[in-house]
Write a protein that binds this ligand. Structure first.
Ligand code: SF4
Length: 253
């Protein structure tokens, strides 16, 4: 059985982590959008180290709150939906904050389902390790700004270096399908086209531009402004012209 460092067995010790160690905040039995082109169940994990103003899952970013869904609920679902579901998406919060994530992915693999990962990339070493072990079939990775502007979005120093390092890890695995996502909002950085250009130069094949919405966001977030829809549509056209193999624009409405 795999052993992983950093468990709860005491300083300097290792313990076997199991999927039951995962802090699951929610389980969506069927999603057709969380893993584009696939039918997936989605797991939402508690906790995220970042504080994005447009976070739609702001209710689950506090890491001190325990999970409320058992791992067995997922396994029961997969047993009932065999042949109907393609895979499981590990989402958040921030899925890679969970030190038992690999254990959960291995178990999903054993059960014969595909594995998708949503991440904002705050733990690049963990993203790389999951990919190196071949545990992930598809990654949806957020890139929120250029490195210089990142802290203004993620709310933490050093976030940009971590996110872009995680993106590099994803793009170093061409066998793993991916989608890079940029979410824009009126008071956010104005460097969206530059973000997309750098992502394209890094070798990304698929890109999605997402217009932030109000639903689930922290108090005080503003998703609309005069002329904002037109600005975002113009940005979408500019990004589409960069020539990604796949580009999707997800407007707020
Ligand atoms: S990285 Fe994602 S989950 Fe974390 S605060 Fe930002 S939007 Fe929310």
């Amino acid at each position: 059985m795999p052993r992983e460092a950093g468990g709860r067995g005491g300083a300097g010790r290792e313990r076997v982590l199991t999927p039951e160690d995962l802090q699951i905040a929610g389980l969506v039995p069927l999603s057709t959008v969380d893993w584009p082109g696939r039918f997936a169940a989605s797991l939402f994990f508690q906790g995220c180290p970042w504080l994005c103003p447009y976070c739609q899952n702001s209710a689950i970013i506090d890491p001190r709150i325990p999970g409320v869904v058992s791992w067995s609920a997922l396994e029961d679902l997969l047993a009932r939906r065999r042949g109907l579901l393609d895979g499981v998406v590990f989402s958040g919060g921030e899925a890679t904050r969970q030190i038992a994530l690999a254990a959960g992915m291995r178990r999903v693999r054993e059960l014969g389902f595909g594995v998708g990962l949503h991440t904002a990339g705050p733990y690049p070493g963990r993203v790389a390790a999951l990919l190196d072990e071949g545990l992930v079939d598809w990654v949806g990775i957020d890139v929120k700004a250029t490195p210089d502007e990142y802290e203004a979005v993620a709310g933490r120093p050093g976030a940009g270096a971590r996110a872009w390092e995680s993106l590099a890890a994803v793009l170093s695995h061409p066998e793993v399908d991916h989608e890079v996502r940029l979410t824009v909002y009126p008071d956010g950085p104005a460097d969206g086209l530059e973000v997309a250009r750098r992502v394209r130069e890094g070798g990304a094949r698929a890109f999605a531009l997402q217009q932030a919405r109000d639903i689930g966001t922290p108090d005080g977030f503003r998703s609309r402004a005069n002329g904002w829809d037109d600005q975002v549509r113009a940005l979408a056209a500019d990004i589409e012209a960069l020539g990604f193999d796949r580009f999707e624009f997800r407007p707020a409405d």
